[in-house]
Ligand binder design. Sequence first.
Ligand code: ME8
Length: 651
Amino acid sequence: MEKSCKNVYITTPIYYVNDVAHIGHAYTTIIADMLARYSRLTGSKTYFLTGTDEHGQKIAHSAEARGKTPKEYADEVSGKFKKLWDDFDITYDKFIRTTDQEHKNGVQKAFETMYKKGDIYKGDYEGFYCVSCETFFTQKQLIDEQFCPDCGKPTNIVKEESYFFKLSEYEDKLLKWYEENEDCILPRSKKNEIVNFVKSGLRDLSISRTSFDWGVKLPESMNEPKHVMYVWLDALMNYITALGYGKDDINMEEFWPAKVHLVGKDILRFHAIYWPAFLMSLNLPLPKHIAAHGWWTRDGEKMSKSKGNVVNPKEIADAYGLDSFRYFMLREVPFGQDGDFSQKALLDRINSDLGNDLGNLLNRISGMSGKYFDFKIDSKDVIKYHKKELDEVYAILDNVESYIFNMQINRFLEDIWKVLTVANKAIGDYEPWAKMKDGKEDEAMALVALITNIMAKVALLLDSVMPEKISKIASSLGISIDTITYNKLIVNKELVNKTTITKVEQLFPRIEEVLLKQSIPSQVSKDQAENKSSKKPEKEEDDNLITIDKFFETTLKIGTIVEAEEVPKSKKLLKLQVDLAEGRNRQVLAGIKEFYSAEELVGTQACVVANLKPAKLMGMISEGMLLAAKDENGLSLIRPETKKTIGTKIS
Ligand code: ME8
């Protein structure tokens, strides 16, 4: 049982095809993808499995309700899951479907093996069944003698012939496994719940049904054509049938036992009790970790179709960027705890962590290296001048890897952000612009090289979290994201000796709240309406100076406000139509309602930023921005002293 595998096998649950993918599915899949990418980068041979769970009464009912056969329906929804993961660039090695013939063969072989071992017997089942959870209950377990204790829906009485698995005989063996393997179930709090559940006594498990037929048939040798397998027995076996169990066991040899099965907390019991018991019965080694994550709510409320508040992951990723969405999911909630999804929380993470801390640091590297050193970086004096900062960075980075497979991914990210703080702080402490003025070019170079090296290390560590953005950072820094570089910069703590920086566009431009299809519009954030950053600007630095060309990248024009009206439900916004002599008016949403009435603005002139990317505010397009100045006495629009021809360029 103790065999452990140096290769890494990572799985998600296989998703029921009775529903479209939501944020909960995306969460598990993104965590698994992050682990798989990280594991590959470190050089481990890795296999990542996901797929769909397609049998059982629940799916049969959903298909019937849509006038489809279960297989037609499963094909359709399974295809949607697969497409979503492909759109999300999820790096799965196999997408399994429980209707795949190879899977069905493997499940039958497992049934036969457990039967031959004497772990399966025939009997009669009498009890209650929740179709929604695909779970059996005794009357004592029900709420008000009728309702499912897990989902609250009414249960059905089941009385039928059934095969049983001798789960009760595995009680002691399971308790021994839990005791000897501290981290077999993560997080620990969840493990305690499982241990207590098993200690309270296990009953044998009904593993076949006769009252419907949408499932894997029992093996032919059993000669029981009326029986189909219990959907959870069928589903759990996917973790080994995907590796060829029952066919050729080459992948089993290479990748079993799993490094981690990722699951939601609601399905931990199936994975932490039934699954290891089945594996013991099959004489197979047990997984290293079964890791249960918490439940996502939306703006503090449980998500449900009837409330219309289910978060569609594709919509979020399209609106805010896939990498930002990945970062948010992984950073926002400690693994195992429940998390709340709100656009406000997502925006804060994007604008603050990603924009201010990470994106700006790259801009500063590119700005300083370009201005002082023609983009050429040389690390020869980094250790001489910055041993202290490097030591600080290494002290943090030494621990980060251990967080990953202990599922403390939010801590992993928190620590990487501590490293970014070391870098941002060093710039303020050593003021390279002052060093340049004092003729201490080598010190300025050491500082810029230090920051470049910190960024390179951070990029390697964050690649699994935000692969697309990190590839841009890496090409800007002139480094590769691969195992050789990982070993060099992270494992051996070496520095990038020399490199040339390339300018990139802003990686995480400040982003506004977007009106989502299924969202309840919330107030435009204060920062946004005032168009100010959530962090205080740092003190003026030489490297904030821009050239005249840079200034002219912004097109400023005189416009006349021809219409103005209040935006309902918004405390701040006015909707303006502004004439810039372009043949049509521009719609501009301005956060100035507290300072100007709509009426007083009509017919007045304003200075308009005319080449701003259009943005959506409260579901409406805004195609420009008015210049304004705000102090403790209020806000004033910046206007020409005397009327100017509409469309005049400001210079
Ligand atoms: O349970 N927040 O499939 P499933 C976080 N087929 N996670 C959530 C969630 C939410 N609001 N809602 C659901 C099944 N999930 C079985 C698995 S594995 C051998 C068989 C998670 O599609 C849930 O916890 O109902 C589970 O991990 C996953 O979505 C799939 O749920």
